[in-house]
Write a protein that binds this ligand. Structure first.
Ligand SMILES: C[S@@+](CC[C@H](N)C(=O)[O-])C[C@H]1O[C@@H](n2cnc3c(N)ncnc32)[C@H](O)[C@@H]1O
Length: 261
């Protein structure tokens, strides 16, 4: 009888030391394998970075990485003020406000916020997604033009409902994007979504997440929604910014930020 395939494994390879590979496999609680045959889903370090793939599936020939270098994305980074998200998250006052991107995913929205000058604390509950994101951020820190943006970002692995109340510095803004869109026209995004869905991402209690976000945000909570979806947890926002495919609902935060000095 042959052993059942591993649902997820890390493939050993030449791009990282054995110690680094073992550390990541242990952190994620997955096997480190020498040959790809045994796994349904595979994490592997390629020259481009850490990626998730489903080998042998003709419907999913691509792979998934946290990537901030695509030409279109870099163009958006040049003009962050044009982004609806950045406009929705804008707060009065100087300095570098802290935004917590509490459902970070592969980090693109949070990266745009950091490009606009915010300090961004990302929180991601899924440890595999968090590993992809950590690798993408580490690579961005070494790329001219992205390094200064990535330097304003840090990442916490955990459930935002527990991590938000434990933050030492309360944020001005909490950003939530808890749901993957059900329909999308982009083939690339569809591929990414299918791979992410294979990670068995659990939807958390939206009402709980919004309640905790409102309690810690000193100024605003911004929630990304599909254009026609009802508001998160059926709580009506104070205002909304609408784009072509998504909208950003904005709520007044109830957190009290301590003013020093
Ligand atoms: C739609 S994705 C976010 C995409 C992200 N805005 C981007 O630009 O790449 C949602 C992410 O939220 C994460 N998530 C859902 N509930 C969470 C929670 N309670 N705490 C932390 N992360 C959570 C999921 O694991 C998933 O990776």
């Amino acid at each position: 009888m042959t052993a059942p395939p591993f649902p997820l494994a890390l493939l050993a390879g030449p791009h990282r030391t054995g110690t680094e590979l073992k550390h990541l496999a242990d952190t994620l609680g997955i096997p480190l394998i020498e040959e790809p045959e045994g796994a349904v889903l595979l994490l592997r370090f390629m020259p481009e970075g850490l990626e998730l793939a489903k080998p042998g599936d003709p419907l999913l020939p691509g792979s998934l990485r946290a990537e901030f270098t695509a030409r279109d994305f870099r163009r958006r980074l040049l003009h962050p003020g044009r982004e609806l998200l950045v406009q929705a998250a804008r707060v009065r006052g100087g300095g570098q406000p802290l935004v917590v991107d509490a459902t970070a995913g592969l980090g693109r929205d949070g990266f745009l916020l950091a490009a606009a000058g915010y300090r961004v604390r990302m929180i991601e509950a899924n440890p595999v997604v968090a590993a992809l994101l950590a690798d993408g951020l580490a690579r961005a820190r070494c790329i001219a033009g992205l390094a200064a943006i990535a330097a304003r970002i840090d990442l916490i692995v955990g459930d935002a409902r527990e991590q938000l109340p434990a933050l030492v510095e309360l944020p001005e803004v909490v950003y939530l994007d808890p749901m993957f869109p059900e329909r999308t026209k982009s083939a690339l995004v569809r591929q990414e979504l299918r791979l992410l869905q294979l990670l068995d991402q659990k939807n958390c209690d939206d009402a709980d997440l919004l309640r905790v976000a409102l309690a810690v945000a000193a100024k605003k909570v911004v929630v990304k929604r599909p254009l026609k979806a009802p508001p998160l947890a059926a709580v009506p926002p104070g205002s909304t910014r609408r784009g072509k495919a998504v909208r950003f609902d904005v709520y007044a935060g109830k957190g009290k930020k301590e003013v020093s000095g």
